[in-house]
Write a new protein. Structure first.
Length: 137
């Protein structure tokens, strides 16, 4: 279990900034995410909805896609923020995506509007007994 700790300030700021750019005209539920790659780069993403709701893109998936586009394939920590004081944890699909691109020592931070850390999770806590690339060998 990861000891509760405060999310890094640079990731908090990047996640909040990304959330402010989210496109969510249907649900009005804006989400931002920011991750730190193994090489130290901060990459963010926001949720994007469309008229074929719910066929949108989650903030975590957007950040991971941008990371891969930048040439990176691993990250060590991610911050996710929704609206207000709600603990906006990743959906099942995003949990699997996080699993794909992190090591077992990754940390997932869930924050609120004020940047306060609500949850600090290990990858195992986020997606226990997971299936990953090593299972396909």
């Amino acid at each position: 279990m990861v000891v509760q700790k405060q999310a890094p300030r640079d990731l908090i700021d990047a996640a909040l900034s990304a959330r402010d750019k989210a496109y969510a005209p249907y649900s009005k539920f804006f989400v931002g995410a920011a991750l730190r790659t193994a090489d130290g780069k901060v990459i963010s993403g926001c949720n994007v909805e469309n008229a074929a709701y719910p066929e949108g893109v989650c903030a975590e998936a957007g950040a991971i896609s941008a990371m891969v586009l930048s040439g990176e394939t691993r990250f060590d920590e991610i911050v996710v923020v929704g609206l207000g004081d709600i603990a906006c944890t990743p959906c099942g699909g995003c949990r699997q995506k996080i699993r794909e691109f992190t090591g077992s020592d990754a940390t997932i931070f869930i924050i609120n509007d004020s940047g306060e850390t609500l949850l600090t999770l290990s990858r195992e806590e986020l997606i226990p007994h997971s299936f990953g690339p090593e299972n396909l060998k």
